[in-house]
Structures are given as C-alpha cells and as structure tokens.
Design a protein around this ligand. Structure first.
Ligand code: F6R
Length: 370
C-alpha cells in the first residue's frame, strides 16, 4: 500500500530513517557508544577473526554499495578489499586468495549472476573461505548458500529502483566493518566510540535530508528537456555519483554518467557545454578543495552545476551554479546521507517527464536470469 504517497519509490525514500534505524539496532543499543551489541554476529566471530582479504560481488545498485565498502574496509580497518560486478567476475576465472571473506550484496538474494559467482568461488574452495550474504530477503537462495547472513532491515522494497535497500546495505556494511575491526583489534576504542556516536545521529540526519524535497523538486525542473547529464564525486562520494547516474537513467530515461571528478580532464570535460547539467556531491570533506577545483573547470566551460554541499563549505549559489545544502554529517557516513538528494532528484525528474517511476520500461525487480 502506497498510503499517502504517489509512488512506492517515494514512500521507500521516506522510509529510510526508520529502515536505517532498525538496521543500526542490530548492532547498537540505544545510546551505547562504547561497544557493539554482544549478540551482533557473535556466532561468527571465529570465522571473521581469520579473514585477511575481502571480495565483494554484486550487481547494479548493490555493486555501488560494495564500492563504498571498499573505501571503508581499507581506510578504516586496513583490510584489502576488491569489488566487482558479478557478471564480469564469474567469467574471467579470477583468483580468490586464501582467507577471503566473500561478501555477496543483493537486495533480492536471487540475482543469477551474483549467485553463480558465489558458487564458482565455493567450487574453487580457497583455504579459509568465508561467505556472507548481505541481503534483504531472509528466505532467499543467497542466504541459504552462504556461511553468514547479515540482513538489511529495509522491509519489502516494491519500487524497481532501489532506495532504502541501498542505504540499509551501506549501514549494514559499516556495522560489519566495525565488527571485524573490533574482533581483529584493528580499531582503537576512541575511533570506535566516535563512529558509534556518529551512527546514532544518522537516522536524524536522514530525516533532515528529506526536508530537501521541495528545493530539489525545484532544481529538477531544469532537467526536464535535458538529453544527458554528469554526476561527479570523489572518494566516498564517487560511488554515490555512480548511483545517482544509475537512478536518473533508469527512471527518467535521461542518459547519465557518474564520474570520479578527478577523471574529468581525461575525457568527459569535452562533453561540457551550456546544455550539460552536472550534479556534484560536495560535502566539506578531505576531498572538498580538490572537488572545488573540478567544479571550477566545469563552470569555466559554461556547464550548469547542481551542487549538493554542506553549509560548512561556504559555497553560494551564482549564475549557472544551483545549490542545495545537505545536513551536516561526518565524512565516513556522508555517502549514506548524500544518497537521499540524488534519489529525490531522479524521482522528481522522472515524475515530471511522466515515466512509470515504479516500473521503468525493460527492467525487472529481481533479475533471476543472466
Ligand atoms: C537499480 C537496481 C538494480 C539492482 C540490481 C541487483 O535501482 O535496483 O541495479 O540493484 O539488479 O539486484 P539485487 O540487489 O537484488 O541483487
């Protein structure tokens, strides 16, 4: 039931603060900032204590969640992490080193390529292999065929375009990383405390980001007759740029590409002219100054910028630079909060263009054939 909402997608976007709060509660007691819940993945501590490498396998939006996890695994707890789309991984006879944690991320748990890639690795059977399903459907094939089940507590997702499944995947991944970090003593108490208190603030920040609906709807009017669009981000926001581009193309049918902003001058800058909208994810983080230089490159070539930034960035709107301030959030969790404005932007552009938002043409919710 869509209730008061016009589409399931919009309803599911609005469910994110609750879905994320539920997912956080798997690992975190109310207000607790010194430790994870004792029962969180407790049965699997022995398995998790032996892993030295992570391989993430997924498709589409779930793959983008895996890309964020790579940045987190390596920067937060120094465990090497590779990420690949399942449809490539399964056909290239890849090497899986010993003591790898294979994380299959899938909302449905029935995606054919993801399941096949997992089965191929299990056949290869490297020593110390541990498999984990990060999945929204507890009864799925993926969950049955893996050692560890880490649920996303998003609740059923009806809209074909994934929204709350994605943000809950990100939350579950950071919880897993904290668990591995604590189990393998790869994280100081102080760092853990900081991240836990930041996690407690996340549902509120997501809730506040839903207030951006009205200004984003206004922004979306500029996209109505556009043919093509770029999404830019750096660091943890690069996967969100990819996700924003995927969302826009799948529901509005506008061609969109996500790019790591540092790659601009290696090609895509040639596309930029006054008809090219460029969406930029610009939190005030360690990459902000570099990103700002990238924005100037675009602006100088008359591209039209649509920037999601934090107030702390002190950016101001100007000619051909539209700006929406996103609630303040720490750098680590910013990709979760910045997912919301790109979802809302795609949604409003699609509604304006009159597409079938919940059932985009040619796509299925669960891709059970390759
Ligand atoms: C995009 C989208 C798809 C899915 C992909 C994988 O909005 O929903 O890209 O993410 O088909 O599906 P799951 O996560 O069920 O394996």
């Amino acid at each position: 039931d869509k209730g008061e909402f016009k589409h399931y997608m919009l309803k599911e976007i609005y469910e994110q603060p609750d879905a994320v709060a539920r997912t956080i509660e798997m690992a975190l007691d109310n207000g607790e900032t010194t430790k994870l819940r004792d029962d969180f993945l407790q049965r699997h501590e022995t398995l998790l204590s032996g892993i030295h490498h992570v391989q993430v396998i997924a498709c589409g939006t779930s793959y983008h969640a895996g890309m964020v996890a790579k940045y987190w695994f390596e920067s937060l707890i120094r465990i090497p992490c590779s990420v690949e789309v399942a449809s490539e991984f399964r056909y290239r006879n890849p090497v899986v080193v010993d003591n790898t944690l294979v994380i299959c991320i899938s909302q449905s748990g029935e995606t054919a390529d993801t399941l096949s890639a997992l089965r191929d690795i299990q056949k290869q059977a490297p020593a110390g292999l541990v498999s984990l399903a990060l999945c929204n459907v507890p009864t799925s094939s993926l969950v049955r065929e893996t050692d560890i089940f880490l649920p996303t507590l998003a609740g059923p997702e009806i809209g074909v375009a994934s929204t709350k499944a994605f943000t809950t995947q990100l939350v579950a991944l950071i919880l897993l990383i904290l668990k591995v970090g604590v189990t393998q003593k790869r994280m100081t108490d102080e760092h853990l405390n900081t991240l836990l208190s930041e996690l407690h603030q996340l549902p509120g920040q997501l809730y506040a980001s839903l207030n951006l609906d009205a200004p984003i709807k206004t922004m979306s009017e500029s996209f109505e007759d556009k043919k093509s669009c770029l999404f830019l981000g750096r660091g943890l926001q690069f996967p969100i740029a990819l996700e924003g581009a995927l969302k826009l193309k799948e529901i509005s049918y506008i061609h969109a590409e996500g790019y790591a902003a540092g790659e601009l001058k290696h090609g895509p800058l040639a596309l930029v002219d006054k008809d090219m909208p460029i969406v930029v994810l610009a939190p005030k983080d360690s990459m902000f100054d570099k990103l700002k230089a990238n924005m100037q490159e675009v602006h100088a070539r008359h591209g039209e910028l649509f920037v999601f930034a934090s107030e702390a960035s002190q950016m101001v709107a100007e000619d051909r630079l539209h700006l929406v301030y996103v609630p303040d959030v720490c750098e680590t969790l910013a990709p979760i909060v910045y997912s919301v404005p790109v979802q809302l932007l795609s949604y409003h552009v699609a509604v304006m263009r009159g597409t079938d938002v919940d059932q985009p043409r040619n796509l299925a919710k669960s891709v059970t054939v390759e």
